[in-house]
Design a binder for this molecule. Structure first.
Ligand code: SAH
Ligand code: SF4
Length: 344
């Protein structure tokens, strides 16, 4: 017996294991379809396999879907965070966020660690460890689905990692989620959050579908952004602005600009004015995310009054702005706290 569940193995190993059990190669695709298209997680229900094969799979694998290594439930808002241990012992987190209006948002990770290394983000602390595969991204959704008993109404790529630094697996997972014979998610219910990787924005703009774009702007001052979002040195603000504009021109969809206000760093009146000029003439919306403090961070969240004034100043300049602070959404910002350790 193999000690792990079926989805604990990467696809190449899995193909080899099935061959070892004497199964023809097309079985892999059939099993894959049961799991990823029909969301069937029991070998017994995979009825196009022979009875003998189903028994053999039950005997040889420890189930289909990995158990999360740990689960955290937020008592206040009902959101659920799982830690998923990968076959090489790395781990990533994924979050299910229910909302009162019945929406259920799943927040997924795309990488272990992140090469961008924004200094206010816990995921970036370790640098990039590795990219996730399509299977590992989709498995996060499956674990959340099994745990909550609900399919997501929305998917956001706002967990660990920079999605556009792992484009192949990112778009591969979107193809799985939107496959009409599977989950059939509408593309407009999916959002990718990027630190500003322009080739990714361009690829998304050229793709069919209506996948939403969120850009972690944080500041519209180039020097400050070089520090807060170091990828800005490669993709500076003027180029980023053009790429966003091109996306909105091609798709007609409004882009969300994420801004986390850090006390005495990017929360001044002039910072608000810089953002307002960046937004001028653009189809964008600013989302103020509360900074989530984590142990060891040199940053602190801006005071509530400062945040309020910041929002007012943007509004006065005609910028569409919201503060993300409803209960369920809180943990979205907590996405920025995700790390591969299980300390919460
Ligand atoms: N790498 C992508 C997506 C993951 S981060 C990106 O940066 O956009 C999701 C969001 O959380 C981003 O807007 C990010 O800037 C923000 N974030 C990171 N660390 C945070 C923290 N400690 N508190 C609040 N938001 C944070
Ligand atoms: Fe990477 Fe996003 Fe964290 Fe920056 S905020 S280090 S891009 S995960």
């Amino acid at each position: 017996m193999y000690p792990k569940t079926l989805l604990d193995y990467d696809s190449d190993t899995l193909k080899a294991l099935l061959a070892e059990l004497g199964m023809p190669s097309f079985r892999y695709k059939q099993i894959y379809d049961w799991i990823f298209k029909k969301f069937v997680f029991s070998f017994d229900r995979m009825t196009n396999l022979s009875l003998k094969e189903r028994v053999m799979l039950n005997e040889n694998f420890n189930g289909v879907v990995p158990q999360p290594a740990s689960v955290f439930k937020d008592r206040d808002d009902g959101s659920l965070k799982i830690l998923y241990r990968l076959h090489d012992d790395n781990a990533v987190e994924a979050v299910a966020i229910p909302a009162e209006d019945g929406r259920m948002t799943f927040c997924l990770s795309t990488q272990v660690g992140c090469a961008v290394r924004c200094p206010f983000c816990k995921t970036g602390e370790s640098g990039l460890i590795r990219n996730l595969t399509v299977q590992e991204i989709v498995t996060q959704l499956i674990i959340l689905l099994r745990y909550t008993g609900k399919k997501p109404t929305n998917i956001v790529y706002m967990g660990m990692g920079e999605p556009f630094n792992n484009r192949e697996a990112l778009f591969g997972s979107i193809d799985v989620f939107t496959d009409p014979s599977g989950l059939g998610m509408a593309t407009r219910r999916i959002t990718i959050s990027t630190s500003g990787v322009i080739p990714g924005i361009e690829e998304l703009s050229a793709r069919e579908g209506e996948v939403n774009l969120a850009v972690s702007l944080h500041t519209a001052d180039n020097d400050l952004r070089n520090k807060l979002v170091p990828i800005n040195k490669t993709y500076p603000l003027d180029k980023l602005r053009r790429a966003i504009q091109n996306y909105t021109d091609l798709t007609g969809r409004r882009v969300t600009l994420e801004v986390s206000l850090l006390k005495d760093v990017n929360d001044g009146y002039h910072d608000a004015m810089n953002i307002a000029s960046f937004c001028e003439g653009m189809l964008v919306h600013v989302n103020l995310i509360r900074f989530n403090y984590y142990k060891g961070s040199p940053y602190r969240p801006a005071a509530e009054l400062t945040e309020k004034n910041f929002r007012k100043a943007l509004k006065k300049e005609g910028v569409s702005v919201t503060v993300r602070k409803s209960a369920g959404s809180n943990i979205m910002a907590a996405c920025g706290q995700l790390s591969d350790r299980s300390d919460g």
